[in-house]
Design a protein. Structure first.
Ligand SMILES: [Zn+2]
Ligand SMILES: [Zn+2]
Length: 319
Protein backbone atom coordinates (compact mmCIF):
# COMPACT_ATOMS: atom_id res chain seq x y z
CA UNK A 1 0.00 0.00 0.00
CA UNK A 2 1.56 3.37 -0.97
CA UNK A 3 2.20 5.96 1.71
CA UNK A 4 2.70 9.68 1.17
CA UNK A 5 4.27 12.17 3.58
CA UNK A 6 3.90 15.92 2.89
CA UNK A 7 6.10 18.01 5.20
CA UNK A 8 5.77 21.78 5.51
CA UNK A 9 9.27 22.77 6.56
CA UNK A 10 9.52 25.59 9.09
CA UNK A 11 11.61 27.91 6.93
CA UNK A 12 11.11 31.14 8.86
CA UNK A 13 9.99 33.07 5.79
CA UNK A 14 8.39 31.55 2.73
CA UNK A 15 7.61 27.99 1.74
CA UNK A 16 9.37 24.68 1.34
CA UNK A 17 7.30 21.49 1.13
CA UNK A 18 8.91 18.04 0.94
CA UNK A 19 6.96 15.13 -0.52
CA UNK A 20 8.03 11.54 0.09
CA UNK A 21 6.33 8.54 -1.43
CA UNK A 22 6.84 4.94 -0.40
CA UNK A 23 5.41 2.85 -3.21
CA UNK A 24 6.78 -0.42 -1.90
CA UNK A 25 10.19 -0.24 -3.60
CA UNK A 26 13.39 0.26 -1.52
CA UNK A 27 14.05 3.69 -2.98
CA UNK A 28 11.46 6.19 -1.86
CA UNK A 29 10.40 8.85 -4.31
CA UNK A 30 10.96 12.51 -3.44
CA UNK A 31 9.43 15.75 -4.64
CA UNK A 32 9.88 19.36 -3.53
CA UNK A 33 7.69 22.45 -3.77
CA UNK A 34 9.72 25.65 -3.22
CA UNK A 35 12.78 26.41 -1.09
CA UNK A 36 13.34 29.81 0.46
CA UNK A 37 16.67 30.07 2.30
CA UNK A 38 16.85 33.84 2.03
CA UNK A 39 17.72 34.35 5.69
CA UNK A 40 20.92 33.70 7.57
CA UNK A 41 19.49 30.33 8.48
CA UNK A 42 19.01 28.14 5.36
CA UNK A 43 16.31 26.09 7.01
CA UNK A 44 15.05 24.35 3.89
CA UNK A 45 18.55 23.19 2.98
CA UNK A 46 19.35 22.21 6.57
CA UNK A 47 16.18 20.18 6.99
CA UNK A 48 16.56 18.39 3.65
CA UNK A 49 20.25 17.64 4.19
CA UNK A 50 19.69 16.06 7.60
CA UNK A 51 16.61 14.22 6.46
CA UNK A 52 18.17 12.82 3.30
CA UNK A 53 21.39 11.84 5.08
CA UNK A 54 19.28 9.63 7.32
CA UNK A 55 17.80 7.97 4.26
CA UNK A 56 21.24 7.41 2.77
CA UNK A 57 22.42 5.81 6.02
CA UNK A 58 19.89 3.00 5.71
CA UNK A 59 21.48 -0.27 4.57
CA UNK A 60 18.53 -1.01 2.29
CA UNK A 61 19.03 2.26 0.43
CA UNK A 62 22.77 2.87 0.38
CA UNK A 63 23.56 5.93 -1.67
CA UNK A 64 20.92 8.32 -2.91
CA UNK A 65 20.55 8.46 -6.68
CA UNK A 66 21.31 11.59 -8.72
CA UNK A 67 19.03 13.16 -9.75
CA UNK A 68 17.15 12.42 -6.53
CA UNK A 69 13.90 14.32 -6.88
CA UNK A 70 11.21 13.12 -9.26
CA UNK A 71 10.27 16.78 -9.52
CA UNK A 72 10.98 20.20 -8.06
CA UNK A 73 8.27 22.88 -8.34
CA UNK A 74 8.84 26.62 -8.08
CA UNK A 75 5.36 27.97 -7.34
CA UNK A 76 6.25 31.53 -8.41
CA UNK A 77 9.10 33.96 -8.90
CA UNK A 78 9.44 35.37 -5.38
CA UNK A 79 12.61 35.05 -3.33
CA UNK A 80 10.94 33.48 -0.30
CA UNK A 81 10.00 30.52 -2.52
CA UNK A 82 12.96 30.13 -4.88
CA UNK A 83 16.17 31.43 -3.32
CA UNK A 84 17.21 28.03 -2.01
CA UNK A 85 16.40 26.06 -5.15
CA UNK A 86 19.76 26.44 -6.92
CA UNK A 87 21.62 24.89 -4.02
CA UNK A 88 19.07 22.09 -3.66
CA UNK A 89 19.10 21.33 -7.40
CA UNK A 90 22.89 21.33 -7.52
CA UNK A 91 23.08 18.91 -4.58
CA UNK A 92 20.24 16.57 -5.43
CA UNK A 93 19.02 17.20 -9.01
CA UNK A 94 15.51 16.64 -10.36
CA UNK A 95 13.99 14.71 -13.25
CA UNK A 96 11.51 17.52 -13.77
CA UNK A 97 11.55 21.24 -12.93
CA UNK A 98 8.09 22.80 -13.05
CA UNK A 99 7.24 26.49 -12.80
CA UNK A 100 4.52 28.93 -13.89
CA UNK A 101 4.62 31.52 -16.65
CA UNK A 102 6.17 34.67 -15.20
CA UNK A 103 7.41 38.13 -16.13
CA UNK A 104 10.98 37.53 -17.29
CA UNK A 105 11.80 41.25 -17.36
CA UNK A 106 10.64 41.98 -13.82
CA UNK A 107 11.75 38.70 -12.24
CA UNK A 108 15.33 38.53 -13.42
CA UNK A 109 16.54 36.29 -10.58
CA UNK A 110 13.98 33.66 -11.47
CA UNK A 111 14.78 33.94 -15.17
CA UNK A 112 18.45 33.34 -14.28
CA UNK A 113 17.50 30.29 -12.18
CA UNK A 114 15.46 28.79 -15.04
CA UNK A 115 18.28 29.45 -17.51
CA UNK A 116 20.83 27.93 -15.14
CA UNK A 117 18.66 24.86 -14.56
CA UNK A 118 18.34 24.49 -18.32
CA UNK A 119 22.06 24.24 -18.92
CA UNK A 120 24.01 23.31 -15.79
CA UNK A 121 25.70 19.90 -15.66
CA UNK A 122 26.37 18.38 -12.23
CA UNK A 123 27.76 14.90 -11.57
CA UNK A 124 27.88 14.42 -15.33
CA UNK A 125 24.14 14.93 -15.84
CA UNK A 126 21.84 17.97 -16.10
CA UNK A 127 20.57 19.32 -12.75
CA UNK A 128 17.10 19.20 -14.28
CA UNK A 129 16.68 16.72 -17.12
CA UNK A 130 13.29 18.16 -18.10
CA UNK A 131 11.47 21.41 -17.40
CA UNK A 132 8.28 23.14 -18.41
CA UNK A 133 5.64 25.73 -17.59
CA UNK A 134 2.50 24.44 -15.90
CA UNK A 135 -1.04 25.81 -16.07
CA UNK A 136 -4.56 24.55 -15.51
CA UNK A 137 -5.50 21.82 -16.54
CA UNK A 138 -2.01 20.22 -16.71
CA UNK A 139 -1.31 17.05 -14.72
CA UNK A 140 1.75 15.02 -13.80
CA UNK A 141 2.27 11.85 -11.83
CA UNK A 142 4.37 11.05 -8.77
CA UNK A 143 4.34 7.27 -8.58
CA UNK A 144 0.74 6.33 -7.82
CA UNK A 145 -0.11 9.92 -6.80
CA UNK A 146 -1.48 12.35 -9.37
CA UNK A 147 -0.91 16.11 -9.47
CA UNK A 148 -3.44 18.47 -11.07
CA UNK A 149 -2.76 22.16 -11.70
CA UNK A 150 -5.69 24.29 -10.48
CA UNK A 151 -4.12 27.71 -11.18
CA UNK A 152 -2.94 29.71 -13.14
CA UNK A 153 -5.32 29.53 -16.12
CA UNK A 154 -3.98 28.47 -19.52
CA UNK A 155 -2.21 31.12 -21.62
CA UNK A 156 -4.11 32.99 -24.26
CA UNK A 157 -3.76 31.75 -27.81
CA UNK A 158 -0.74 33.19 -29.57
CA UNK A 159 1.05 34.15 -26.33
CA UNK A 160 2.01 30.82 -24.78
CA UNK A 161 4.69 32.27 -22.51
CA UNK A 162 2.87 35.38 -21.26
CA UNK A 163 2.22 35.35 -17.50
CA UNK A 164 -1.27 35.42 -16.05
CA UNK A 165 -0.32 38.68 -14.26
CA UNK A 166 2.52 40.95 -15.43
CA UNK A 167 2.76 42.96 -12.22
CA UNK A 168 2.14 40.64 -9.26
CA UNK A 169 3.92 37.30 -9.36
CA UNK A 170 1.74 36.04 -6.50
CA UNK A 171 -1.10 35.86 -9.02
CA UNK A 172 1.00 33.52 -11.17
CA UNK A 173 1.45 31.03 -8.29
CA UNK A 174 0.88 27.39 -9.04
CA UNK A 175 -2.00 25.90 -7.03
CA UNK A 176 -1.63 22.11 -7.01
CA UNK A 177 -3.95 19.26 -6.02
CA UNK A 178 -2.19 16.02 -5.02
CA UNK A 179 -4.44 12.95 -5.14
CA UNK A 180 -3.56 9.57 -3.68
CA UNK A 181 -6.54 7.26 -3.99
CA UNK A 182 -9.26 8.83 -1.81
CA UNK A 183 -7.23 11.70 -0.34
CA UNK A 184 -6.66 15.10 -1.95
CA UNK A 185 -4.19 17.71 -0.62
CA UNK A 186 -4.00 21.23 -2.08
CA UNK A 187 -0.98 23.55 -1.95
CA UNK A 188 -1.51 27.17 -2.89
CA UNK A 189 1.74 29.17 -3.02
CA UNK A 190 0.92 32.86 -2.70
CA UNK A 191 -2.19 32.80 -4.94
CA UNK A 192 -4.11 35.79 -3.60
CA UNK A 193 -7.80 35.73 -2.64
CA UNK A 194 -9.04 37.79 -5.60
CA UNK A 195 -8.02 34.88 -7.84
CA UNK A 196 -10.31 32.53 -5.91
CA UNK A 197 -13.58 34.34 -6.64
CA UNK A 198 -16.23 33.13 -9.03
CA UNK A 199 -15.93 33.87 -12.73
CA UNK A 200 -17.63 37.14 -13.70
CA UNK A 201 -21.39 36.76 -13.66
CA UNK A 202 -21.39 34.31 -10.76
CA UNK A 203 -20.07 31.37 -12.77
CA UNK A 204 -17.60 28.67 -11.76
CA UNK A 205 -14.92 29.26 -9.13
CA UNK A 206 -11.75 30.58 -10.76
CA UNK A 207 -9.58 28.16 -8.75
CA UNK A 208 -11.64 24.98 -8.98
CA UNK A 209 -10.93 22.93 -5.84
CA UNK A 210 -11.51 19.18 -6.28
CA UNK A 211 -15.12 18.39 -5.41
CA UNK A 212 -14.43 15.10 -3.63
CA UNK A 213 -11.97 13.71 -1.07
CA UNK A 214 -10.54 17.13 -0.22
CA UNK A 215 -8.68 16.62 3.08
CA UNK A 216 -6.19 19.49 3.30
CA UNK A 217 -5.85 23.01 1.91
CA UNK A 218 -2.87 25.31 2.49
CA UNK A 219 -3.97 28.85 3.36
CA UNK A 220 -2.45 31.00 0.58
CA UNK A 221 0.30 33.59 0.97
CA UNK A 222 1.42 32.61 4.48
CA UNK A 223 -1.83 33.81 6.04
CA UNK A 224 -1.46 37.36 4.68
CA UNK A 225 -4.64 39.45 4.60
CA UNK A 226 -4.78 39.30 0.79
CA UNK A 227 -4.31 35.53 0.88
CA UNK A 228 -7.68 34.86 2.47
CA UNK A 229 -9.66 38.13 2.14
CA UNK A 230 -10.45 39.43 -1.34
CA UNK A 231 -10.68 43.13 -2.18
CA UNK A 232 -14.40 43.13 -1.18
CA UNK A 233 -13.47 41.57 2.20
CA UNK A 234 -14.99 38.26 1.17
CA UNK A 235 -13.33 34.86 1.70
CA UNK A 236 -13.91 33.02 -1.59
CA UNK A 237 -11.68 30.04 -0.80
CA UNK A 238 -13.59 29.32 2.41
CA UNK A 239 -16.90 29.93 0.60
CA UNK A 240 -15.98 27.32 -1.98
CA UNK A 241 -14.97 24.83 0.74
CA UNK A 242 -18.30 25.40 2.52
CA UNK A 243 -20.15 24.83 -0.74
CA UNK A 244 -18.24 21.63 -1.46
CA UNK A 245 -18.86 20.37 2.06
CA UNK A 246 -22.59 21.09 1.77
CA UNK A 247 -22.72 19.01 -1.43
CA UNK A 248 -20.40 16.25 -0.24
CA UNK A 249 -20.04 15.65 3.49
CA UNK A 250 -16.68 13.88 3.09
CA UNK A 251 -15.09 17.18 2.01
CA UNK A 252 -13.62 18.16 5.37
CA UNK A 253 -10.24 19.74 4.75
CA UNK A 254 -7.83 20.71 7.45
CA UNK A 255 -6.33 24.16 6.89
CA UNK A 256 -2.72 25.17 7.47
CA UNK A 257 -0.25 27.92 6.65
CA UNK A 258 3.49 28.39 6.31
CA UNK A 259 3.88 31.57 8.28
CA UNK A 260 6.22 33.60 10.48
CA UNK A 261 5.81 37.02 12.08
CA UNK A 262 9.06 38.24 10.49
CA UNK A 263 9.47 40.02 8.15
CA UNK A 264 5.91 40.67 6.94
CA UNK A 265 3.63 39.93 9.90
CA UNK A 266 2.33 36.57 8.69
CA UNK A 267 -0.23 35.45 9.61
CA UNK A 268 -2.30 38.62 9.55
CA UNK A 269 -4.30 39.04 12.77
CA UNK A 270 -7.65 39.03 10.94
CA UNK A 271 -6.75 35.83 9.11
CA UNK A 272 -5.57 34.16 12.33
CA UNK A 273 -8.72 35.22 14.18
CA UNK A 274 -10.95 33.89 11.41
CA UNK A 275 -9.14 30.56 11.26
CA UNK A 276 -9.08 30.28 15.07
CA UNK A 277 -12.84 30.72 15.19
CA UNK A 278 -13.50 28.73 12.04
CA UNK A 279 -15.85 25.94 12.99
CA UNK A 280 -13.54 23.04 12.30
CA UNK A 281 -14.96 21.11 15.24
CA UNK A 282 -18.33 21.00 13.54
CA UNK A 283 -17.68 21.10 9.86
CA UNK A 284 -14.00 20.42 9.40
CA UNK A 285 -12.87 18.15 12.22
CA UNK A 286 -9.21 18.51 13.07
CA UNK A 287 -7.14 15.50 13.97
CA UNK A 288 -5.44 17.61 16.62
CA UNK A 289 -7.75 18.37 19.54
CA UNK A 290 -8.09 22.07 20.24
CA UNK A 291 -6.43 23.14 17.00
CA UNK A 292 -8.35 24.38 14.00
CA UNK A 293 -5.38 24.88 11.72
CA UNK A 294 -1.65 24.25 11.59
CA UNK A 295 0.95 27.00 11.33
CA UNK A 296 4.72 26.76 11.10
CA UNK A 297 5.25 29.67 13.48
CA UNK A 298 3.64 27.61 16.27
CA UNK A 299 3.74 23.97 15.18
CA UNK A 300 7.20 24.20 13.53
CA UNK A 301 7.59 21.54 10.82
CA UNK A 302 4.39 19.63 10.30
CA UNK A 303 3.69 16.56 8.21
CA UNK A 304 0.60 15.08 6.65
CA UNK A 305 0.72 11.32 6.30
CA UNK A 306 -1.73 9.38 4.19
CA UNK A 307 -2.14 5.90 2.77
CA UNK A 308 -4.79 7.13 0.36
CA UNK A 309 -7.61 6.38 2.77
CA UNK A 310 -6.87 8.08 6.06
CA UNK A 311 -4.88 11.23 6.89
CA UNK A 312 -2.85 11.92 9.99
CA UNK A 313 -0.98 15.02 11.02
CA UNK A 314 2.39 14.91 12.74
CA UNK A 315 3.68 18.03 14.45
CA UNK A 316 6.78 18.80 16.48
CA UNK A 317 6.14 19.68 19.21
CA UNK A 318 2.82 17.86 19.36
CA UNK A 319 -0.12 20.09 20.17
ZN1 LIG B 1 5.65 33.90 -0.23
ZN1 LIG C 1 5.01 35.61 -3.31
Amino acid sequence: MPQLWVTFIDVGWGDSILLELDDGTPNHRFGLIDSNDTTNWPNSYGYLKRHLERYAARPAIGTLPYPLFDFVVATHAHADHISGLKRILRLYGADWFYFPRFNHAKSAAFARLVNWASSHIQNGVPVTANRRYLAHPDTFSFGPAQFSVLWPPPPSAGAPNDPNDRNNENNNSLVLAIKLQDVVIVTTGDCEADNWKRQPGGGAWKVPLPSQHLKFVQVPHHGAQNGLFDSANGTPMLDQIHQLHAAQASVTPMLAASCHPQPHGHPDANVANLLDSHNCGGKFPSSIPGTNWLRTDQNLHYTLWTDGTTVRTITRPSV
